[in-house]
Design a protein around this ligand. Structure first.
Ligand code: SAH
Ligand code: SF4
Ligand code: F3S
Length: 437
């Protein structure tokens, strides 16, 4: 063993997937994982910058690691991910105890950079954004035992006016379908039964290489021998096609859960956000999904406090939420990201109004989630077992195909098993049930 590493990950599933590829490289180079920051020879933070709170968390950790570095000057401390991409060498100026800054397009360089720092002890900053190339065949150290994250494309071309992601992740690049399918096959051979295909906007998969579109890819992955569940995220409402909806409907293992972030419920704000669709277009697409997949769960992301948002806009938002009846929603307060068009828009909304609107939105959504879940009382669902719940080892949890968390008293089932559960006590966030024998 050459030493121990610890990787801390913030942000979205894409960041988790990247971190698994960083970890794979470190393991291949002879490093072993440790949970203790104090024991580590390498500490790496994979950062997010989608909202200010995400950056604050990373800066807090960077501060904490200063003390560890003072006690262990041989420690190699690196920052990767979206905040690394955004800040580059500013990070080192602000925190000179950082040894390297690795951009989002440079995941594959980690092992080389660590070796270089071990040899030369000089700081490294590499944040050149990837052009069209995609690093394939990296070793992957997966975090889950039965569920695997599989990126199918990188970057984003959409430039929603509030969002930093296109600036820190670069232009859309799709992996070749045979690479994706090969990765899924390898994962299945290693015992994984569920994959989640990842991209900022999976619906635009393949627009660059034109070999296969997302629906084609989903079908190929669905047909991999041994796969039990295929998930995907995120779908952009502007291009969720009939072909894709039919593919989900006709697929055997494609899970009936569609995360279709609407972001807002009034045309004025959607336009200012550059989301490209209208409320009417979104409604039409969502209806098409519901007709084709009546048992599917539909989830969303919502942003309150976008510049210029009025009480009338917000009333429309609430009405739209009531109409759509999402199974669940991630609700965010708009966070100003410098460099994005929205950051300099007039009429930024005051903090207390943002918070009040967020609370109103969450309250409304919680009622809806609870009602939808209550309607499941007495039904039987297929659950993929995940393991003991955090608070009580006799209560285990798992997920439905629709991505709802189910809690049930533990019997003889093992992690990764597929079982039938009867829903007895649905709640807002979880469904409590009993195993059907
Ligand atoms: N590509 C995905 C996810 C992007 S980031 C998509 O388009 O849906 C995840 C979520 O963060 C977004 O859906 C959006 O709701 C939220 N988000 C992005 N930028 C934000 C900002 N500046 N302030 C608050 N929330 C933001
Ligand atoms: Fe951001 Fe919009 Fe791209 Fe999603 S689609 S990552 S919200 S720019
Ligand atoms: Fe955050 Fe980057 Fe993901 S900004 S949400 S980690 S793409």
């Amino acid at each position: 063993m050459r030493g121990r590493y610890k990787i801390l990950v913030y942000g979205c599933q894409m960041n988790i997937a990247d971190a698994e590829r960083m970890e794979g490289q470190l393991q291949a180079a002879g490093y072993a994982r440790t949970e203790e920051t104090a024991d580590a020879d390498i500490i790496l933070i994979n950062t997010c910058c989608v909202r200010e709170t995400a950056e604050d968390k990373a800066y807090g950790k960077i501060g904490e690691i200063k003390k560890i570095k003072e006690q262990n000057p041989r420690l190699i401390f690196g920052i990767a991910g979206c905040m690394a991409q955004k800040e580059g060498d500013n990070l080192m100026r602000r925190a000179p105890h950082i040894d390297f800054v690795l951009g989002t397009g440079k995941v594959q360089e980690l092992a080389r950079i660590v070796a270089e720092i071990e040899a030369e002890r000089a700081p490294v900053v590499d944040v050149t954004l990837a052009d069209k190339s995609i690093a394939e065949h990296l070793p992957v150290a997966r975090g889950g035992k039965f569920s695997a994250w599989v990126p199918i494309m990188y970057g984003c071309n959409n430039y929603c006016t509030y969002c930093i992601v296109p600036y820190v992740r670069g232009r859309e690049r799709s992996r070749a379908p045979e690479e994706v399918v090969a990765e899924v096959r390898r994962a299945v051979a290693e015992g994984y039964t569920e994959v989640t295909l990842l991209g900022q906007n999976v619906n635009s998969y393949g627009r660059d290489h034109k070999v296969a579109d997302f629906a084609d890819l989903l079908r190929m992955v669905d047909e991999v021998e041994g796969i039990r569940r295929v998930r995907f995220m995120t779908s952009h409402p502007k291009d969720i096609s009939d072909k894709l909806i039919d593919t989900i409907k006709n697929g055997e293992h494609i899970c009936e859960h569609i995360h279709l972030p609407v972001q807002y419920g009034s045309n004025r704000i959607l336009k200012a956000m550059n989301r490209v669709y209208t409320v009417e277009k979104y409604r039409e697409r969502a209806q098409r999904v519901r007709e084709a997949l009546p048992n599917a769960s539909l989830t969303t992301d919502l942003i309150v406090g976008f510049p210029g948002e009025t009480d009338e806009d917000f009333a429309e938002m609430l009405a739209f939420l009531r109409e759509m009846r999402y199974d669940s929603a991630y609700t965010f307060i708009y966070s100003k990201r410098s460099g994005t068009p929205a950051a300099t828009m007039a009429d930024q909304v005051a903090d207390e109004i943002k918070h009040a609107r967020l609370n109103a939105l969450m309250e409304e959504q919680n009622t809806i989630s609870r009602e939808i879940n209550e309607a499941l009382t007495g039904t039987e669902v297929e659950v993929m077992v995940e393991g003991a719940s955090k608070n009580d080892p006799t209560v285990w949890s798992g997920r439905t195909r629709t991505n709802k968390i189910v809690l049930f008293p533990h019997g003889t089932e093992q992690e990764g098993d597929f079982i039938q559960v009867r829903i007895m006590q649905p709640q807002t966030w979880v469904l409590k049930g009993e195993i059907v024998h």
